[in-house]
Design a protein around this ligand. Structure first.
Ligand code: PZK
Length: 311
């Protein structure tokens, strides 16, 4: 049986049954008071203040991170509403998770991690250096770490169990798994979402290097051809699902600083932390000043993008 990592705080959430723990988020199902059964139609998606770095969930939390990312995701859903419907039903949630949870429509999830890349870095760069291509997409010669791609590309991965790394897939493999129609839709939607994100973010000093989006199918809403409606699920265009870079310091040819986690990474890999990344030891708790500075980075990203004040 799965048990929420949040323990004490979410135990005070009567009417909801824990369904699943992600690295930094939790899924619950509302319990129907008349039957006592978990809902089959709705889920409560809870963002915690947990933070990961170097593939570890850190012992330290970043205060307000869950709220900031939830509010940012909700704002992006509105910015994308003319491209795709989303799973949000309501932001009226239990007080214990106020501001950092959304009630969502339970969907049949498309079993593919849909990744769009506007800039080349990370595993995409590694694959490019070995093959001149990423997920079957051939790229021009001469690209460097951080290069702007000629146009955004779809580089899907297969979903791996927690703790394992996702495997790159070709578009043909996605089509074989989900069918040609859904494959083409999620590819085009992933790229459209990333393009819209960058159109908006560019004027606000932020580059969205890449993003992972998740789609679900709503079979109760068939289109004219009888295909289910594709719905944007999960979180969208947050620093946890996307690489945010500062536009002012972007410089291809070197690793770009992470907008949100750079203080955490720099401290963890500095002598001050006493931690050896290659030791296999868990990283130490973060000092208060690193926690505070990181909290401010999340708030700054939210406020820069949305033009709103975080409260
Ligand atoms: C769903 N996840 C990932 C997210 C976690 C795990 N609307 C939906 N319908 C059905 N399933 C999902 C969603 C969404 N979103 C999302 N896994 C299943 C996930 C948050 C916390 F622990």
């Amino acid at each position: 049986m799965s048990r929420p990592v949040e323990g004490a705080r979410l135990a005070e959430m009567p009417g909801f049954a824990h369904v699943y723990s992600g690295k930094v988020r939790e899924l619950y199902a509302p319990i129907d008071p008349s039957t006592g059964q978990a809902s089959k139609d709705e889920l409560l998606l809870v963002a915690t203040d947990r933070i990961s770095a170097y593939d570890f969930i850190l012992d330290s939390e970043i205060p307000d991170k869950g709220k900031v990312l939830t509010q940012l995701s909700l704002w992006w859903f509105d910015q994308l509403a003319d491209i795709i419907p989303n799973h949000v039903i309501s932001t009226q949630v239990p007080a214990a998770v106020a501001g950092r949870a959304v009630l969502v429509q339970r969907l049949d999830m498309v079993p593919v991690e849909c990744i769009g890349r506007a800039y080349l870095t990370g595993s995409g760069l590694t694959e490019y250096r070995e093959t001149s291509s990423v997920c079957g997409v051939t790229l021009p010669a001469g690209l460097q770490d951080g290069s702007l791609l000629p146009s955004p590309i779809f580089t899907p991965t297969s979903k791996a169990p927690i703790g394992q790394h996702d495997q790159p897939m070709t578009y043909a493999e996605v089509a074989a798994q989900v069918g040609g129609s859904i494959a083409a839709s999620v590819r085009d939607l992933t790229i459209a979402i990333l393009k819209r994100g960058n159109e908006i973010a560019a004027g606000r000093g932020i580059l969205l290097a890449d993003t992972k989006v998740e789609f679900g199918l709503d079979a109760t809403r068939p289109d004219a051809e009888g295909n289910p409606t594709i719905v944007l699920a999960d979180e969208v265009l947050t620093p946890d699902s996307s690489r945010f870079w500062r536009a002012a310091t972007w410089q291809p040819g070197r690793a770009q600083d992470s907008y949100d986690k750079q203080f955490v990474r720099d401290w963890l890999t500095s002598p001050a932390s006493g931690w050896d990344r290659s030791s296999g030891d868990v990283p130490p708790a973060l000092p208060e000043d690193i926690i505070d500075a990181t909290r401010l980075k999340y708030i700054e990203a939210y406020e820069s993008l949305t033009g709103r004040t975080f409260t």
